[in-house]
Design a protein around this ligand. Structure first.
Ligand code: GLA
Length: 392
């Protein structure tokens, strides 16, 4: 049984146990790793994520026949089988369970767009690690938007699933995230990264050159207080944009950043400097990714990491140490940086395939022995975005 079949079997078993019936359809939406363009999505910039071969699977079936109340019932298999129930008749508001708020928010988002959700039952199982910066919640939100829209007869574009999932995260789960993670989960193509303009949502697939491996190095440090620190960074970016009189920092050039600094406070200036320079790196990285130019990747990913660490202040000393060690092993044969929101989570490295074992060895012999938490490196494949994966 492969990884996905295993997940489907878990979802089907959870469905049967919770509802005493067999599900009718299976949907999947992947997690993502961002290659470059960090903390720029909510500033309207360019980003370059790819979907990974870790995903959320939803087994879905109709409501029990003869049930009087119109509702969506769900079981979250990975949350110790927690149950959720959303009454479709009443106003939909956030509840106490975080995972269920994604469900509530998605149903509310569909309703807001004029799509009445049909009563349904669903079981959710996933293998995107939680709290690791690989977007387990975006994959949950996109899988829910896809499954519930499809089951209710609404044929929506993948970008609409992404927007509905983002709305749920913003308004029901309390995180002011941008659109990158959900767009990657919904719109990515296999073997490609997704070059996405977060202001217009225009996007195109960028091939990953043969011979390049995507390594994800889990630092073992689980993110804490991420939501509040994340929302604070976003507020700082908005304050900096207001100082410069632009709607989004994306509209600020490197020249104006310096020329019009005026009395802008040190911290806000540093945040803006990260965003403006990070956006400028993304297209260069996309070209290097397609052409397999590892030396360029090494340069732009190092610049991205140190800007995240020094100007955006979302790294940690242990993460900086691990980045330095991997960069040292790679030299010109690839790049490495912190990926995702930060404050823990994962590094991403784009490396010549023949370097993967050297990276693994260096982590286990030079980093892990003195580290508070062991790090672990894995090679991921760039996967296609969300879809219906089986009927019956
Ligand atoms: C989190 C958010 C994204 C994005 C990244 C940082 O993953 O959900 O919208 O802002 O952080 O690039």
């Amino acid at each position: 049984m492969d990884r996905r079949e295993h997940l489907m079997a878990r979802a089907a078993a959870g469905y049967r146990e919770a509802f005493g019936a067999a599900p009718a359809r299976f949907y999947a939406a992947p997690g993502r790793v961002n290659l470059i363009g960090e903390h720029v999505d909510y500033n309207g910039g360019l980003v370059l994520p790819c979907a990974i071969d870790r995903e959320t699977v939803i087994a879905l079936g109709p409501a029990e026949e003869g049930t009087a109340d119109a509702c969506v019932e769900a079981v979250a298999i990975d949350m110790a089988g927690a149950r959720g129930r959303v009454d479709l008749a009443g106003p939909i508001t956030p509840g106490a369970q975080e995972w269920e708020n994604h469900l509530r928010g998605v149903i509310a988002g569909l309703a807001e767009r004029g799509h009445a959700v049909e009563p349904a039952r669903l079981a959710i199982a996933g293998d995107v690690p939680m709290g690791a910066g690989l977007s387990s919640s975006a994959s949950l939100g996109v899988a829910l938007a896809l499954a519930l829209s499809d089951a209710s007869g609404a044929a929506l574009a993948p970008a609409t699933w992404a927007q509905i999932a983002q709305g749920a995260e913003n308004d029901f789960a309390g995180c002011a995230c941008g659109i990158m993670d959900q767009m990657a989960s919904a719109c990515a193509s296999a073997g490609h990264a997704l070059l996405l303009d977060c202001a217009s949502l225009e996007h195109r697939p960028v091939p990953i050159a043969p011979g390049l491996a995507i390594m994800v190095i889990d630092t073992g440090i689980r993110r804490q207080l991420t939501t509040s620190a994340f929302n604070q960074r976003r507020a700082e970016c908005e304050a900096a944009a207001a100082h410069y009189g632009v709607a989004l920092l994306r509209d600020l050039s490197p020249e104006r950043l310096v020329a019009d600094r005026g009395a802008l406070d040190e911290v806000l200036f540093a945040r803006a400097r990260h965003v403006v320079h990070e956006i400028a790196r993304v297209e260069r990285a996309a070209d290097a990714l397609a052409a397999g130019k590892t030396a360029v990747l090494a340069e732009v990913m190092a610049a991205s990491h140190w800007s995240l660490s020094e100007d955006f202040a979302v790294s940690l000393p242990a993460i900086d140490a691990l980045v330095s060690l991997v960069a040292d092993v790679l030299g010109d044969a690839g790049g490495v940086r912190l990926t995702g929101a930060g404050f823990g989570g994962c590094l991403v490295a784009l490396v010549a395939e023949e370097m993967t074992s050297a990276v693994r060895d260096a982590i286990s012999t030079r980093y892990n022995p003195g580290a508070a938490l062991p790090a672990r490196a894995e090679v991921f494949a760039a996967q296609a975005g969300a879809g219906l994966i089986r009927i019956g």
